[in-house]
Every structure is written in structure tokens, then in C-alpha cells.
Write a protein that binds this ligand. Structure first.
Ligand code: NOJ
Length: 547
């Protein structure tokens, strides 16, 4: 076991977490000021979305200087202060490296685009524009956030460059050894600063097809825009880079590499571990972000994910992030909405695998429809008035209190604060033992002190379409065996009623309540048929010693 196997990660979108200087945009000092909150919440590691120097065309995912802090967020000293303040509280910090593309304002690109003879020209991906005849782009690759061809004209060299997100994010050429070394230098620089690892943006996209073949048609609009991304990303050559990155990370020790693979493809995510386990430590499987509400849907998805992983690889789960509508919004259903959020939280925090929380989910922050004038996300602007594509609704400011700026800012927030913040905020929930926040804290504390939940094996119990149930049995770790008899701790039964009505469930054995929504902690529940309240969460410590 490494620290990240049983850690709970918390994703911070830095623009939206806490503003410290009244400019309406969150910053690093703001995050630092909230570390006590995060430590008390009970998470173990922070993943901070990009805060590097950037023209902010994709809000930091367009980097113009990799080893720097954008003045909007603070400076390098501020980052160092944040890192050591986090470490003092036993919170690890993972930064978000965007190595698939730079900003078009990065000095590398500026130099590369000057002429075909520029020493950095080959650091990017180019295709000549024909002198005569129609200016048809070289293939059908698309710019996902501009909904058009991914090839953009560069008049100075009479070529197209490739950019598959916005035009301001030219893709780098990982086949060029100098570019590769420059990127590895970036990785080392952050490791030297003491970060605990990286989330690697579009990691499976680093390589493009050498022959620039046209992608085949795929009958799925989201997220693939009717293409199977066979040639513009997900090429096998990427595994060589993953092995290099792993060697670099290993040479520092204790650092984690987490891939963001393209789309929702569990096999692709699983492949990031490498057949010899010598590549990335984890890769997101985004399937939970698109599951319909229901026990069967999540059980099938989790089972398929476990089965897809090669031996030794470790799963992870995430319900919300900065690219998708928040899960409380996706699964909303009138008065049942918050009860569903508790079921979802209990599942995320008790399944076998590393959970990733998204800021604000612990208080049930939702999504609101924003007026056209408030939109900031290029994809949201491009697809307006369609909803569900733009990413601003899931990026609204953290709701700390009931004040006008929600305790997020004293200025004008960069995105509107959700109008429910006077009632839904941290301050209100902190004083309430029945709040969603209190529920997350209980689950996080339980997980931390229960080896079966942190690292135990998992066995699904039954195939009920509404009730998701599993037994977590402590793993027979050598260290715990050494520590003496029976130190593995009890097995844990998790029973989650996804239905909005009462259900019965055949409990294979009795136990004592560890946590849940319907019964007092410590209450005994007999084995056999048990009646479950609507959306009940029931987490039991079994009586028999672990098997
Ligand atoms: C994936 C990130 O999660 C998303 O926010 C970003 O826009 C794209 N990669 C491009 O970097």
C-alpha cells in the first residue's frame, strides 16, 4: 500500500474556492486560509486544478509558463507557503500538469510559429497548407471546444497547427526529443518543490497518429462528437512516456501519477497502469459521471472497472469534477435529492478504491442555469443556449456562508454565486449534526479508522436493482498480521437503498451500526430480512471476525 491507495482526494478549482484579495477570483492564499476546514473535513490530499501562468482562454488549462504561478492566483512563494502549510496538516498536494498542449502565448509556441526553420518549430504539430487548390484541412480531427476542424492556419509558416480543444491550445509534439526533455524538466521542477504528485491532463492524448489518419465515425455525440478518437489521441506510443514519467516519479519516492484519459473508456484507463505495472499509478475511470441513478447501474460499472484493471492496479471513483454537471444536480429528484446525495457519498467513500471529491459536494452544491452574459467557459459560450455542455454551472464559487459573496469573495465573483447560498453553505451546515457536511465528515472519519474500508477486499451481495450492497473484508496485509492476532479489524457490510420507497434486503449476517441515515450508531441489526427506509444508508460492522 502506498499513501494514495487509501487517501481521499479533494479537487479544488482554484478560481472558485476562496478569494483572499477581493478581485473575485479564488487564489492560493485563499486555499491556504481554508486548510483547517479541509483537514477537519477529513480528506488526505488536494488536487489543485491549474494555477500556472495562463491567458485563461481555458481557465488555466492553457499554460504559458509551466513553472510559475499566475499573478491572479499569487506567486511562487505563495505556493511554497501553501504546500508547507498543507504538509504540516498531513494534507498532500497534487498539481495538474497540462502536457498535451500549451497556450498559444507560451514562448515555445511563439518561437515555433515564426517559421519552419525555427529551432522550436518541431515542438508542435504542423501540416503544410497547399499552395494551390482548396484549403481543405488534412483530416477530420476536431476542436472539441470550438466544434470545428482542429487545424488552424499559421500564416507565417503557411501551415496549419493542431489544437483539439480551443484554438489557443496548440498540441505539442511528443515525438520530438527536446520537447520531451523540456516537459520532463517541468515535472522535475515541481517534484523538486515537493509536490506529492500530478494529475496529468489528457494524458492519453500526448501522441497523434504518425500518418494523421482520419478518425472513424462513432454514433455518440457526447463526449466524442461523433468520432472515435483512434488517431488524434490514445496512441500506443504514449506508454513509453508513461514509463519515463514513472521512472522520474519513482526516483523521488512517494509521489503519485494520476492520468486523465480521454472520454469514458475503462479499458483505456486500465491500460495506463501498464502491463508490467510500471506506468501510471492511477487513471480516472469517468464512468460514474454518466451512470443513471440506480443500484444496478453503479454495481455493473464498479464491477466492470474492477475486472478491467490488471493485477496490482488500484481503482478510483469520482462522481463530480470541473468538466461535468455536479452529481447532486444530475441525480436531483425533488425532496429526495439530498437523500440521494447521502447514498452517493456513502457509495463513493466505501467502495474499494481511491475516492475523488469535488469541492462543495460535501455541502451539496448544485448547478444553476446561468444567463448568457455570465458564461465564461468557451464550450458553454459556443453551445449556448443548449445546456449540459458548458462547464460554468459546476464551477460556481464555494459557498462558505450566507453573505453576499458567500464568504468566497468581498468583491464581484468571477462567476455568479449559486442563489441558494444563503441556505446552503458551510457555516450553516457546520452547526448542524444532521447536515450533509456532518454526514461526509462522519463517513470520512469512519473510513480513516476502518482498515476494511480503506483497503479491504470487496464482494457484492446480491443483484437487487435498487439495493447496492457489499462486504468489505480487511486485506491480509503483512504488516497487520505481524502486529498480532486479529488486528485486521472487522468486516463491514454496506447496504444502500437507491429507491425512493421502502425496500427489504436479505442481510447475510447481523452487525452493529457504524454509520447510516436511519439508525443510531451502535444499534444491533439482526441478519435475515431487513426493512430499509427510502434512500437508507446502512453501514454495519459484522460480528464474525473477518473471513
Ligand atoms: C481536460 C480538463 O479536465 C478540461 O477542463 C480541459 O479543458 C481540457 N482537458 C483541456 O486541457
Amino acid at each position: 500500500m502506498q499513501w494514495w491507495n487509501d487517501a481521499v482526494f479533494y479537487q479544488i478549482y482554484p478560481r472558485s474556492f476562496q478569494d483572499s484579495n477581493g478581485d473575485g477570483v479564488g487564489d492560493l492564499a485563499g486555499i491556504e486560509s481554508r486548510l483547517d476546514y479541509l483537514a477537519a473535513l477529513g480528506v488526505d490530499a488536494l488536487w489543485i486544478s491549474p494555477f500556472f501562468k495562463s491567458p485563461m482562454k481555458d481557465f488555466g488549462y492553457d499554460v504559458s509558463d509551466y513553472v510559475s504561478v499566475d499573478p491572479l492566483f499569487g506567486d511562487m512563494d505563495g505556493f511554497k507557503r501553501l504546500l508547507s502549510a498543507a504538509h504540516r496538516r498531513n494534507l498532500r498536494v497534487v498539481v495538474d500538469l497540462v502536457l498535451n498542449h500549451t497556450s498559444d502565448e507560451h514562448p515555445w509556441f511563439r518561437e515555433a510559429q515564426e517559421s519552419r526553420d525555427s529551432p522550436k518549430h518541431d515542438w508542435y504539430i504542423w501540416k503544410p497548407i497547399p499552395e494551390r487548390g482548396p484549403r481543405r484541412p488534412p483530416n477530420n480531427w476536431i476542436s472539441l471546444f470550438e466544434l470545428r476542424s482542429a487545424w488552424y492556419e499559421n500564416p507565417a509558416s503557411r501551415e496549419w497547427y493542431l489544437a483539439t480543444f480551443t484554438r489557443n491550445q496548440p498540441e505539442v509534439n511528443w515525438r520530438n526529443p527536446e520537447l520531451r526533455e523540456a516537459m520532463y524538466g517541468v515535472v522535475r521542477a515541481w517534484l523538486d518543490l515537493g509536490v506529492d504528485g500530478f494529475r496529468l491532463d489528457v494524458a492519453t492524448g500526448y501522441f497523434k497518429d504518425e500518418l494523421f489518419r482520419t478518425n472513424p465515425f462513432k454514433p455518440r455525440l457526447v463526449p466524442d462528437l461523433l468520432q472515435e478518437h483512434l488517431y488524434d489521441r490514445n496512441r500506443p506510443e504514449v506508454h513509453g512516456i508513461f514509463r519515463d514519467l514513472r521512472r522520474i516519479a519513482d526516483s523521488y519516492g512517494g509521489r503519485v501519477l494520476i492520468a486523465e484519459p480521454h472520454g469514458q473508456d475503462r479499458a483505456l484507463a486500465a491500460s495506463c497502469h501498464g502491463s508490467a505495472g510500471d506506468e501510471l499509478h492511477m487513471a480516472f475511470n469517468f464512468e460514474f459521471l454518466t451512470r443513471p441513478w440506480g443500484a444496478a447501474a453503479f454495481r455493473d460499472s464498479a464491477r466492470r472497472w474492477y475486472e478491467a484493471l490488471p493485477p496490482g492496479a488500484w481503482p478510483n471513483f469520482t462522481l463530480s469534477n470541473h468538466d461535468q454537471p455536479r452529481h447532486i444536480h444530475r441525480y436531483r429528484r425533488g425532496a429526495e435529492t439530498e437523500a440521494r446525495a447521502r447514498v452517493a457519498a456513502a457509495m463513493l467513500l466505501t467502495l474499494r478504491g481511491t475516492p475523488f471529491l469535488y469541492y462543495g459536494e460535501e455541502i451539496g452544491m448544485g448547478c444553476v442555469r446561468l444567463p448568457r452574459g455570465a458564461l465564461r467557459d468557451p464550450l458553454g459560450i459556443r453551445t449556448w443556449p443548449l445546456s449540459g455542455f458548458g462547464r460554468d454551472p459546476e464551477r460556481t464559487p464555494m459557498q462558505w456562508d450566507a453573505s453576499a459573496g458567500a464568504g468566497f469573495t468581498t468583491g464581484t465573483p468571477w462567476l455568479p454565486v449559486n442563489p441558494d447560498h444563503p441556505v446552503r453553505n458551510v457555516a450553516a451546515q457546520e452547526g448542524n449534526p444532521d447536515s450533509l457536511l456532518a454526514f461526509y465528515k462522519k463517513l470520512l472519519a469512519l473510513r480513516r479508522k476502518t482498515p476494511a474500508l480503506r483497503s479491504g477486499d470487496l464482494e457484492f451481495l446480491g443483484e437487487d436493482p435498487d439495493v447496492l450492497a457489499y462486504r468489505r473484508t480487511p486485506a491480509e496485509a503483512a504488516e497487520t498480521r505481524k502486529a498480532g492476532s486479529d488486528s485486521r479489524g472487522p468486516a463491514v457490510l454496506v447496504v444502500l437503498n437507491f429507491a425512493g420507497g421502502r425496500k427489504t434486503f436479505a442481510l447475510p449476517e447481523g452487525g452493529r451500526v457504524l454509520a447510516g441515515t436511519g439508525r443510531a450508531v451502535g444499534t444491533r441489526v439482526e441478519g435475515g430480512t431487513v426493512g430499509l427506509a427510502p434512500c437508507e444508508v446502512l453501514i454495519l460492522e459484522t460480528e464474525g471476525r473477518s473471513r
